[in-house]
Design a protein around this ligand. Sequence first.
Ligand code: CUA
Length: 301
Amino acid sequence: MLTVWIAVAIGVLIEGALIVTIVRFRRRRGEPVGAPVGRHGSTPIEILWTAIPALVLVFLGILVVPLIFETAAAAPPNAVKVRVIGHQWWWEFRYMQGNKVLFTTANELHLPNGRAADFSITSADVIHSFWIPTMFGKRDAIPNHSNDIWFTPKNPDPNATVSYPGQCAEFCGPAHSLMYLNAVVEPEAAYDAWVRHQESKAAPVVASALVRRGEQVVTQGSCAGCHTIDGTAAAGQVGPNLTHIGSRANLSGPQLAANTPANLARWIHNSSDFKPGSHMPPQNLSKSDLAAAVAYLESLK
Ligand code: CUA
């Protein structure tokens, strides 16, 4: 907000000076038509309009640089540790205990209210930027390099559950502007329950014939080449982990597609409808296989 107000002040000054100049120095009746006489080589003006922006940047730098080091330093020991991996065009979140991966999820992040969250950020392909605007500054996701940031999410009401939208903030290809994430900040007890649930293996809630058929389609078909569903034969590492996909509110952040059977069917049929250039190729499943796959995936709560 400080940056915004400084920019507003500069904008008002410059636009004001422009308007005054236009009015005061306009061509008056009877004056000759032609280019006005230019003013060149004023050293004081040159120094002034070089020095002022430089001072503004130095001032903002003094405020921001210590914060960058502070948020990249060691987090409190009880912090939730998440490995963030940017992919074209989705986010992978690995919840960690030391070097051990507890579970992996995609695009949807859960964090306990009031406890520090410690992110170590990298990328699987090109440079992305991890950003939840209402919570903290941007931090780049760079291949073969780890960037760290930690902060403490706080809801206005500690008993509430609040979703904060996030967005990739570094141009990374055709679907860059659609590379959303959703950070759910909730009370500690709700977070603990979520963690226990995520750590469990995939278990279809309704084991109907349709769901069982869908399990076959997904875990023994081409889906399994790219996606992991813990506890099944699907162990692909390229795409999002789908172990509990049915429990996610959105397919890719709240802005793009709510997790409804109709959206999921469209997504499987041709994910480029949602994300142009998506690396997931269109799946030519028969109508009945598609319905079965959707029923199975939505049952993975
Ligand atoms: Cu990822 Cu922009």
